[in-house]
Design a protein around this ligand. Structure first.
Ligand code: SAM
Length: 241
């Protein structure tokens, strides 16, 4: 199946509004990603169907659960080549998205792809823990999203400082959501969060019959994050909260 057909099927099954132009945009994005990936390593997924299912549809899952309010200021932490933030920004032009990643070459692709799709966004080529205490970014986002960056306790310490009180953090997890949540029981309240729910996402079926199930872990920000967080990365990893 073609990229736009996979995306149309996924969006219609999950009640996600998507225009014809946005569907065509996913074809363009897929070609750009695979072309760039041929000379600069961005993703291990090298076929169109895999990109549509595992990058594009997976990224849009947050829309299925109405987690992203109209006009929200969103940050994608460790976005790499733009996932999940790029498909979200493409389908939801009302959002104001900041893409953050410490690997400049990946962020460069995200910036190029945004230009091609006519998305205006902010790009931060930095480590999350180095800017989350900056007044400009601390507790200033309605939504933080992140996929495949760190274990949940570390990810929470990297991400919750960016979220304003009343906002939401959404962690995209391919496997082990329940175990990671169990490991984060202390970290969530310590960082000002409250666990809300884990949503299960069914990705489109691949041509060889594989159906993947991923999870979205949703944490609400209910209090300010104490100023001592985030700690240095080595400390977060060595002694997770
Ligand atoms: N989120 C993308 C995705 O799902 O395709 C990329 C995932 S990739 C496995 C992990 C990314 O997180 C890398 O691009 C890496 O540079 C970034 N990263 C890891 N730790 C980070 C940190 N502390 N601050 C910013 N970026 C970080």
């Amino acid at each position: 199946m073609k990229v736009n057909e996979i995306m149309q099927g996924f969006c219609s099954k999950n009640n996600i509004d998507i225009s014809k132009e946005a569907l065509a945009g996913f074809d363009t994005l897929c070609s750009s990603l695979l072309e760039f990936n041929a000379h600069t390593n961005l993703t291990a997924i090298k076929d169109e169907e895999g990109v549509a299912i595992k990058h594009f549809a997976d990224s849009l899952a947050a829309l299925r659960f109405d987690l992203v309010p109209v006009g929200a200021r969103v940050i994608d932490i460790g976005c790499g080549a733009g996932f999940p933030g790029l498909p979200l920004a493409h389908v939801r032009r009302d959002l104001s998205v900041t893409f953050l990643d410490s690997t400049a070459k990946k962020l460069k692709f995200t910036e190029k792809a945004c230009k091609e799709l006519g998305i205006s966004a902010e790009f931060l080529p930095v480590r999350a823990e180095e800017v989350s205490s900056d007044k400009k970014y601390r507790e200033s986002f309605d939504i933080a999203v992140s996929r495949a960056v760190a274990s949940l306790p570390v990810l929470l310490e990297l991400s919750l400082p960016f979220v304003k009180v009343g906002g939401t953090f959404v962690a995209y997890k391919a496997t082990g959501a329940a175990e990671e949540l169990e490991m984060s029981k202390k970290a969530i309240p310590m960082l000002g969060g409250k666990y809300i729910e884990t949503f299960e996402v069914e990705l489109p079926e691949s041509s060889d019959g594989e159906v993947l199930h991923h999870s979205l872990i949703v944490v609400k920000k209910v209090k300010n994050t104490p100023i001592q967080y985030p700690r240095r990365y080595a400390q977060m990893v060595k002694k997770p909260l």
